[in-house]
Write a protein that binds this ligand. Structure first.
Ligand code: HEC
Ligand code: HEC
Ligand code: HEC
Ligand code: HEC
Ligand code: HEC
Ligand code: HEC
Ligand code: HEC
Length: 486
C-alpha cells in the first residue's frame, strides 16, 4: 500500500508546474521580454487598461448594446433587457479581444468584443448573424487550452469551470518547456523545444497553432492532455483540406499554410516555426537574413523577401474582414468540390480517426468500431442513425460508458418521448440541460414535456432557468406566458 502511493506521488511531482513567476529570478531577461508578448498576455482578468471606453454602443440584428467601464455589457431587444459581466478577456488585443463571464458557474462568451484598430466595441465575431441576443454561447475548453494555462474545467459538465477558470493568464513558460518544479528546486534538466526531435519540437507550437478542418481526440485524451515533449498526434489527429478554401481563413492556420509551402516540402524538418520566430520576443518580424539561410538573394530585387513572398492580408477582425473572393469564374482546382480531407503533415490517422473526422461518410466503419465500446464512436453513429429513427440503442450504450454525455442524453430523450416513456424522457432532458444550459433544445423539450404531463410548477422552474441563461429566447417566453395562464 505504502509503496504504491509513494510511486503515485513521484508521478505527480514529475509534472508539477510552478507558474512563470518562479522562472523570473534566474531567467530575468527572458522573463521580462516574454511578458510583453501577445502570447504571454493572451488572457486574464479584465481591467488591464488596454481598452478605450469612447465607443461603447453598437447595434446588431435590432438589438442595442452598451459596454460599461466596469466591464459589463448591457443589452436591450424589444422589451428584453439585461446585462452580463465580462470578468475575463481572451486575446492580447493586438487585433482584438473577446470576453467571458460566469453565470451560475458556467462560463459564456460575451456578445461584445473590442476591436483595437478602431478602438471600438462591437458585436463579437460569429454573433452578427444571430437574430436574438446570444449570451449563452459556451467557452469550450479548447479555447482556454490555447489562450490560457492550467485551465480548470469541471468534470461531468461541458462549460463549467472553477473561478478563476485557469491557473495563469496567457501562455505560460511551462506550456512550451514542460513542468518546471524539479528544475527550479533541484536544477534537474528542463525541456528546450529546439533540442527535441523534429516532430516533438513542432508539436509544442502546433498544440495551439494548428486548427485544421477536423481535430479528433484519442480516447480519454484531447488538447488539454498534451505536455511538451509529447507527440501531438498521440493526443489528437488533425485533418486538413488538400487545397485551401480562399474564403475560409482560420486564425490558427499558420502551420497549415507552412506545410503547403514549397520551402517546407523541400527542406523538410529543417524549417519550423523557430527558424523565423523567437518565441520569447514580442516581434513577429524575423531577421532579414532568415531566408538567406537557404536561398541566395535575387540580383534584381530588394532585400525585403517578406514583402513580396509573405505579403500581409487584410487585418483579420472577425466578420469585419473584407475578403471577397467572388469566384464566379471558377478557377480550376480552387472550388471546394475538389478538396479532400488529408491527415496533417507527419501525422498518422487510424480507422477511428478517419471515421470521427467524417462520420457521415463512415457509417460502416463506425458500426465496426462501435463493437469496441467507445462512447465517442457510439454517439457519432447514433447521430448518423437519427434520420432513420434508429439511434436509441447506440445512445443508450454510449451513456453506459459515458453517463455525463449531454448530447446522448438530449437525443435519447426524443426517442423516449416518442415511445411514450415520458418520465425517462424528462429525466434525460433535465440531466442534459443541467450539465449544459447552452442546450436550449433540451431545456425547451423539458418545459414542454412538463407542461404536457400537467407539471406546471416544474415547467415554471425550468422556464425560469432557461430565461436565466437565454433571456431573449422567444419560445421560452411564449411557453412562460402559456404556463402562467390560469
Ligand atoms: C534557480 C535558478 C533557476 C530557476 C528558478 C529556473 N531556471 Fe532554468 N536554468 C537555470 C540554469 C542555471 C540553467 C542553465 C544550466 C542548465 O542548462 O541546467 C537553466 C536552463 C534552462 C533552460 C535551457 C535548457 C536547455 O537544455 O537548453 C530552460 C529552457 C529553462 N532553464 C527554463 C526554465 C523555466 C521555464 C523556469 C521556470 C519554470 C526556469 N528555467 C527556472 C536556472 C534556473
Ligand atoms: C498554449 C498555446 C500556445 C503555444 C504552445 C504556442 N503558441 Fe504562439 N500563440 C498562441 C496564442 C493564443 C497567440 C495569440 C496571442 C494573442 O495575441 O492573444 C499566439 C501568438 C504567437 C505569435 C505572435 C506574436 C505573439 O507573441 O503574440 C507568434 C510569433 C507565435 N505565437 C509563435 C509560436 C511559436 C514559435 C510556438 C512554439 C515554439 C508557439 N507560438 C507556441 C498560443 C500558443
Ligand atoms: C487551437 C488553438 C486556439 C483555439 C481553440 C482558440 N484560439 Fe484564439 N487564437 C489562437 C492563436 C494561435 C491566435 C493568434 C492569431 C493567429 O494565429 O493568427 C488567436 C487569436 C485570437 C484573438 C485575437 C487576439 C489578438 O491578437 O488580438 C482572439 C480575440 C481570440 N483568438 C479569441 C478566441 C476565443 C474567444 C476562442 C474560443 C471561443 C479561441 N480564440 C479559440 C489560438 C486559438
Ligand atoms: C511559445 C513557447 C515558449 C514559451 C512560452 C517560452 N519559451 Fe523559452 N524557449 C522556447 C524555444 C522554442 C526555445 C529554444 C530557442 C532556440 O534555441 O532556438 C526556448 C529557449 C529557452 C531557454 C534556453 C535558451 C536561452 O535563450 O537561454 C530558456 C532559459 C527559456 N527558454 C526560458 C523561458 C522562460 C523563463 C519562459 C517564460 C518567461 C519561456 N522560456 C517561455 C519556447 C518558449
Ligand atoms: C530551411 C531552408 C529554407 C528557408 C529558411 C527558406 N526556404 Fe524557401 N525554399 C527552400 C527549399 C529547399 C525550396 C525548394 C527549392 C527548389 O525546389 O529548388 C524553397 C523554395 C522557395 C520558393 C519557390 C516556391 C515555389 O513555389 O516554387 C520561394 C519563393 C522561396 N523558397 C522563398 C523563401 C523566402 C522568401 C524565405 C524566407 C521568408 C524562404 N524561402 C526560407 C528552403 C528554405
Ligand atoms: C519562413 C519564415 C517563417 C516561418 C517558418 C514561420 N513564420 Fe510566422 N511569420 C513570418 C513573417 C514574415 C511574419 C510577419 C511578420 C511581421 O511583419 O510582423 C509572421 C507572422 C506570424 C504571426 C503573427 C500573425 C500574422 O499572421 O501576421 C504568427 C502568429 C506566426 N507568424 C506564427 C507562426 C507559426 C506558428 C509558425 C510555425 C508553424 C510560423 N509562424 C512559421 C515568417 C515565418
Ligand atoms: C519585389 C518582389 C520580390 C522581392 C523583394 C523578392 N522576391 Fe523572390 N521572387 C519574386 C518573384 C516575382 C518571383 C518569381 C520569379 C519568376 O517566376 O521568374 C520570385 C522567385 C523567388 C524564388 C524562386 C526561385 C527563383 O529564383 O526564381 C526564390 C527562392 C525567391 N524568390 C527568394 C527570395 C528571397 C530569399 C528574397 C529576399 C532576399 C526575395 N525572393 C525577394 C519577387 C520578389
Amino acid at each position: 500500500m505504502f509503496r504504491r502511493s509513494a510511486i503515485l506521488l513521484l508521478a505527480t511531482a514529475a509534472w508539477a508546474e510552478t507558474g512563470s513567476r518562479a522562472c523570473a529570478p534566474c531567467h530575468a531577461e527572458i522573463y521580462r521580454k516574454y511578458k510583453q508578448t501577445g502570447m504571454a498576455r493572451s488572457s486574464g482578468r479584465t481591467g488591464d487598461g488596454l481598452e478605450s471606453f469612447a465607443n461603447v454602443t453598437f447595434t446588431s440584428a435590432g438589438a442595442q448594446y452598451r459596454v460599461t467601464p466596469r466591464y459589463a455589457v448591457e443589452f436591450s431587444h424589444g422589451d428584453v433587457k439585461g446585462s452580463r459581466a465580462m470578468e475575463w478577456f481572451i486575446g492580447s488585443g493586438a487585433v482584438g479581444r473577446s470576453y467571458a463571464g460566469f453565470v451560475g458557474g458556467f462560463l459564456f462568451q460575451s456578445p461584445a468584443s473590442y476591436y483595437s484598430a478602431r478602438k471600438a466595441w462591437d458585436i463579437s465575431p460569429g454573433f452578427r448573424t444571430k437574430p436574438f441576443v446570444d449570451v449563452a454561447r459556451p467557452i469550450e475548453s479548447p479555447c482556454l487550452h490555447c489562450h490560457s494555462s492550467g485551465a480548470k474545467p469541471m468534470k461531468g459538465t461541458e462549460n463549467k469551470y472553477s473561478d478563476p477558470p485557469f491557473a495563469e493568464g496567457g501562455v505560460s513558460c511551462e506550456r512550451c518547456h514542460g513542468a518546471g518544479e524539479e528544475h527550479v528546486t533541484r536544477r534537474s534538466p528542463i525541456i528546450n523545444p529546439a533540442k527535441l526531435a523534429a516532430a516533438r519540437r513542432d508539436s509544442v507550437c502546433l498544440q495551439c497553432h494548428l486548427t485544421g478542418a477536423a481535430r479528433v481526440a484519442r480516447p480519454g485524451r484531447g488538447p488539454g492532455s498534451f505536455r511538451p515533449g509529447d507527440l501531438l498526434n498521440d493526443h489528437i489527429t488533425v485533418f486538413v483540406w488538400s487545397r485551401p478554401d480562399p474564403t475560409d481563413r482560420a486564425a490558427t492556420d499558420h502551420a497549415e499554410q507552412l506545410a503547403r509551402s514549397r520551402c517546407q516540402q523541400a527542406a523538410g524538418d529543417k524549417l519550423w516555426c523557430g527558424t523565423c520566430h523567437d518565441a520569447h520576443s514580442g516581434s513577429t518580424r524575423p531577421p532579414a537574413a532568415t531566408c538567406l539561410q537557404c536561398h541566395s538573394p535575387h540580383k534584381d530585387r530588394s532585400a525585403d523577401c517578406f514583402g513580396c513572398h509573405m505579403p500581409k492580408g487584410q487585418s483579420r477582425e472577425g466578420e469585419h474582414v473584407v475578403y471577397t473572393d467572388h469566384s464566379i469564374a471558377r478557377r480550376p482546382g480552387t472550388s471546394a468540390r475538389d478538396r479532400v480531407l488529408q491527415v496533417f503533415r507527419g501525422m498518422k490517422a487510424g480507422d477511428r480517426d478517419w471515421a470521427l473526422a467524417q462520420p457521415s461518410r463512415s457509417v460502416p466503419l463506425l458500426e465496426k468500431l462501435a463493437l469496441n465500446g467507445d462512447a465517442a464512436v457510439l454517439v457519432q453513429l447514433a447521430q448518423q442513425y437519427d434520420a432513420a429513427g434508429l439511434g436509441a440503442a447506440p445512445y443508450q450504450r454510449a451513456l453506459k460508458l459515458d453517463p455525463d454525455n449531454a448530447t446522448a442524453q438530449a437525443n435519447l430523450g426524443i426517442y423516449r418521448i416518442r415511445a411514450g416513456r415520458v418520465r425517462d424522457a424528462l429525466d434525460l432532458w433535465r440531466s442534459a440541460f443541467d450539465r449544459n444550459p447552452s442546450m436550449i433544445g433540451a431545456g425547451l423539450n423539458l418545459a414542454t414535456g412538463q407542461l404536457q404531463a400537467g407539471d406546471r410548477p416544474g415547467a415554471l422552474t425550468t422556464l425560469g432557468r432557461i430565461l436565466q441563461f437565454h433571456p431573449d429566447n422567444a419560445q421560452a417566453r411564449q411557453l412562460l406566458l402559456t404556463a402562467s395562464l390560469p
